[in-house]
Design a protein around this ligand. Sequence first.
Ligand code: GRG
Length: 297
Amino acid sequence: MSDLTAYLKAKQQEINAALERFWDGTEPFPTPLIQAMRYSLEAGGKRLRPVLCLAASEAVGGSDADVMPAACALELIHTYSLIHDDLPAMDDDDLRRGKPTCHKAFDEATAILAGDGLLTAAFEVLASAGRARRSDPLKWLEVSYLIARAAGCTGMVQGQMMDLSVEGKAITLEELETLQQLKTGALIEISVKTGALLGGGNPQEVAALTAYGRHIGLAFQLADDILNVEGKPEIIGKPVGSDQAHQKITGPSLIGLEQAKARARELVDSALEELEVFDMRGQPLAALARYIIERKK
Ligand code: GRG
């Protein structure tokens, strides 16, 4: 795990430096909107999605620079989704990443707009990469399309809607996994896939890494649900037990804690099998897959 800790730290620093450059273009507007966007983006997230994007590029022999705009776009989208998810109309949470949620630190209207600003910024970053000198615009067009499909009404936003609409209803494990694949898994899967594509992976490599991403996406949500049962609030940065209090259907509530853990392990094993063709270059992805279910926050 200590190797992974060093790897994560190095990649997080690189990603944070790249994200920092986005604000240069906003200098004429030092408003509460920009402050709220920065507040949430810089609140101490793990940067898991961009790290996965970079690690997938590495696995196929690409560089971090090849994929960095996509990595940044994924974190911008992820942060927007958390701000909106915390709003009173959705989960109504007061704490995120150990700090007051965006609408608590600012106000509701500013938080809605900060989310809108971050989502739009993601596609600005992708389009900027496509129009930069020496870039292949079609490659960035394809990646923008794939990310839009994974984030919007055919992916994460659809999953969030399904999550709201099943409240209080009985659903099967299969239905729960479909919902969770969209809500959380789609963005994780596309993080890995875009890394593989932009890093120059061949079709077989892209397919294997996409399957890896799908497995760890589901495992990640299960791990999150498990942490909501037995995590430590001081480490997670928010209270635990909220799923049970809201009678939310989760892996642990549907099949029990031990079965949910076993399912998460099974998913990670399937993800690891997809990495067998990647030799040493797939090691960071293997460590990340294990980390997803071993993490404490
Ligand atoms: C509001 C459109 C819209 C979508 C929200 C992803 C999501 C959909 C809501 C988040 C709800 C939630 C807590 C889901 C569990 C999985 C998850 C996304 C956890 C947070 O991601 P981490 O652990 O967060 O990567 P950090 O803070 O490390 O970036």
